[in-house]
Design a protein around this ligand. Structure first.
Ligand SMILES: Nc1nc2c(ncn2[C@@H]2O[C@H](COP(=O)(O)OP(=O)(O)OP(=O)(O)O)[C@@H](O)[C@H]2O)c(=O)[nH]1
Ligand SMILES: [Mg+2]
Length: 259
């Protein structure tokens, strides 16, 4: 069974493209439908591809309109639209990358920032190995909310989940209200790595994902080492946490992560 294709996300999702282009002329609608079909086919193919060493479940979280969906679209499809279609519930994309000589399949969940979807979105935190916690450098409120989002992670995900802090929309220098220094300081206080990005101008988007994957891989190696030490010394300390982090799909029986 493939855990992606059977996921309820399809009934909860919304895309920029689906809502913003369907209202055009009928020929444009036909073209869009064809594009959408192709996209959907590619999506199913990517999701079904079992040729990978690890599968990491990642979540993008943060206030509404900080740019989470745009960030994911930039990374996965290299596309950007200035239209704002607020995400309904949750959606995901799949992308496979090579890091540290491993083929890593990323299952990237794009969550709705609106409060009313909080019950749905937090249900997906479980089993996530990494979080991109995003604020908007032109929006003070989104920056002030970072601590609350961090609390949500602590409450609903496991202890080993890795988090990076991202200040998005750094292309809007004239509208900036959160300085780079404040972002850095907050990240330092929270013990997180920090990036400023622009989904619009494609600044540091790929770097964020690559760094997060590297951090997770490093954590996995550490867990492996401590597990080996634990076994050698006959103790079971840290075994359960390593087990969680090392939980990886078994390619032979086509099982994905149990999210
Ligand atoms: N200038 C600029 N605009 C951006 C950037 N990223 C996103 N936007 C715009 O900000 C608006 C909100 O972007 P979304 O990606 O839909 O925001 P979101 O965080 O997914 O919002 P929710 O789905 O409601 O949680 C859209 O109009 C985007 O075009 C960026 O890096 N620079
Ligand atoms: Mg969104």
């Amino acid at each position: 069974m493939n855990s992606y294709s059977n996921h309820p996300s399809s009934t909860l999702s919304s895309h920029h493209t689906s809502s913003s282009t369907m209202t055009s002329s009928s020929s444009a609608t036909a073209a869009t439908t064809h594009d959408q079909q192709q996209q959907q086919q590619r999506r199913h193919k990517d999701a079904a591809d079992q040729n990978f060493d690890y599968m990491f479940k990642l979540l993008i979280i943060g206030n509404s309109s900080v740019g989470k969906t745009s960030f994911l679209f930039r990374y996965a499809d290299n596309s950007f639209t200035s239209a704002f279609v607020s995400t309904v519930g949750i959606d995901f994309k799949v992308k496979t990358v090579f890091r540290q000589e491993k083929r890593v399949k990323l299952q990237i969940w794009d969550t709705a920032g609106q409060e009313r979807y909080r019950t749905i979105t937090t249900a997906y935190y479980r089993g996530a190995m990494g979080f991109i916690l995003m604020y908007d450098v032109t929006n003070e409120e989104s920056f002030n909310a970072v601590q609350d989002w961090s609390t949500q992670i602590k409450t609903y995900s496991w202890d080993n989940a890795q988090v990076v802090l991202v200040g998005n929309k750094c292309d809007l220098e004239d509208e900036r209200v959160v300085s780079t220094e404040r972002g850095k300081q907050l990240a330092l206080n929270m013990g997180l790595e920090f990036f400023e990005t622009s989904a619009k101008e494609n600044i540091s988007v790929k770097a964020v994902f690559e760094r997060l994957v590297d951090i997770i891989c490093d954590k996995m190696s550490e867990s492996l080492d401590s597990e080996t030490v634990g076994h050698t010394s006959g103790t079971s300390a840290s075994q359960s946490s390593s087990k969680q982090l090392l939980e990886k799909p078994n390619n032979n029986n086509n099982k994905g992560c149990q999210c």
